[in-house]
Design a protein around this ligand. Structure first.
Ligand code: LLP
Length: 417
């Protein structure tokens, strides 16, 4: 049985009926399967046993502390992009020597925090950033371990908002000019040049862009060798896609197989930064139908989750499978599934076939474990959803639903005359 499966028409998360959990915690609710999370991590990790490697989970994907703790306990490292994520990663129990820090806009304070905590390395995205890291390292009397994130100008064939390795994207250093950057860094006594990183995008559904990127990285390594520059780490970023609709993405094993001629028995230490692959299928968003509304041209199913809870459909035109928590008959209706927010972009599905449902029924929005809660907001003064982890026949509330008090907890109510 999978982590989310139907038995006698009822959706289960592991061994618990979703309906029963929801009766206790309410909607909207993010529900995660502990088992799916563990299995996804293990599948990824085990696929690359052909080479020395470390899986650094991309914290941005789903930063719930219990999710992070689960992965840290399995031996994962963390890929972070802010001092906030560093704080979360350390709080959850990730070892500093397994943390890598990416992002085009690291501030001096963030660099300071990361250096003080002795993280594994910075994935440096520009020369001004390199200079700042060096000056902070000098101040704290440390040598900063750095990799350059290189931009290989590769089209990962994914949504344009989530492709990152094209020359016009803001990320990384153009791979053709990277050797100069390495030379410069290697002359700096406050920097220790240890690796190279490449991350070309997300929800990638074929192996070719990965292979192309790694080939380009190896060409760079050859050039660097000629300059007497030897690296230890090759960080291949994240990006492996999952099935939301009818995509057939490679499995981690397929990816390992495709990269095998390049990475097998390699002297390098490989780092991977998967996010979506680990958390995506491990979560659903459960929402309740508030109203069925029929206009002259459309049928709407209005639910109590909104684009503030899950913004992927409007942001990336993303497809998420949606099914009733209790399976109903064969008859179907053609509907738009929409939230309560005052924007036409507040939808989860358009022109979707859904079994006949009624007011009060629960719907499960699948594959919502990645970039779901972590991208949620309080728009329209909506308290954010609760998060629940299920393990076998137990459920644990790992984040309470926000209160109205939470909405204004950082505000100062002033009567300014
Ligand atoms: N490493 C770096 C440096 C990244 O920027 C990302 C994701 C990852 C790793 C993890 O990538 P993954 O394995 O999850 O593809 N919000 C979008 C996805 C944005 C991805 C941002 N970077 C979405 O909902 O589709």
């Amino acid at each position: 049985m999978g982590a989310f499966d139907y038995q006698k028409g009822e959706l289960y998360c592991e061994r618990l009926k979703v309906k029963e959990i929801i009766a206790a915690v309410g909607t909207p609710c993010y529900l995660y399967s502990h088992r799916a999370l563990v299995e996804n991590y293990q599948a990824f990790n085990e696929a690359f046993t052909c080479t020395k490697h470390l899986v650094c989970y991309a914290v941005k994907t789903n930063a719930n502390l219990t999710i992070l703790r689960t992965l840290a306990n399995l031996g994962a490292g963390a890929d972070i992009v802010s001092a906030g994520e560093l704080y979360l990663a350390l709080t959850a129990g990730f070892k500093p020597e397994k943390i890598v820090f990416a992002g085009v806009g690291k501030t001096g304070d963030e660099i300071y925090d990361a250096l003080k905590n002795d993280i594994l390395m910075f994935n440096v995205e520009s020369l001004p950033e390199l200079d700042l890291i060096s000056s902070v390292a000098k101040k704290v009397k440390k040598r900063a371990r750095i990799s350059f994130r290189v931009n290989p100008d590769i089209n990962p064939q994914t949504h344009h908002h989530i492709s990152t390795g094209l020359a016009q994207n803001k990320f990384g250093i153009n791979i053709n000019f990277a050797a100069e950057a390495y030379e410069r860094a290697s002359l700096d006594k406050f920097l220790e040049v240890v690796g190279v990183q490449v991350h070309i995008g997300s929800q990638i559904t074929t192996v070719e862009p990965f292979v192309e990127a790694v080939e380009k990285v190896f060409r760079l390594l050859k050039t660097l060798k000629e300059l007497a520059l030897e690296l230890k780490y090759i960080d291949l970023g994240g990006g492996l896609g999952i099935t939301y609709n009818d995509e057939k993405p490679p499995t981690p094993q397929d990816l390992a197989q495709a990269l095998s001629p390049l990475i097998r028995k390699s002297p390098y230490h490989f780092i991977f930064e998967p996010g979506r692959y680990i958390a995506g299928t491990a979560g659903i968003l459960v929402t309740k139908i508030l109203y069925l509304k029929e206009t002259q041209v459309k049928k709407f199913v209005i639910v109590d989750a909104g684009m503030n809870d899950l913004s992927r459909p409007v942001m990336y035109d993303a497809y998420h499978e949606i099914k009733p928590v209790r399976e109903s008959g064969q008859n179907e209706m053609l509907v738009d599934i929409v939230g309560p927010i005052c924007e036409s972009g507040d939808y989860f599905a358009k022109n979707r076939r859904l079994p006949l449902v009624e007011q009060g029924d629960l719907l499960a929005i699948f594959n919502a474990g990645a970039y779901g809660f972590s991208m949620s907001s309080n728009y329209n003064a909506r308290p954010r959803a609760c998060e629940v982890v299920v393990s076998k026949n137990q459920y644990y509330i790992v984040r309470d639903r926000e209160t109205f008090g939470d909405l204004v907890s950082n505000e100062r109510l002033l009567d300014i005359k």
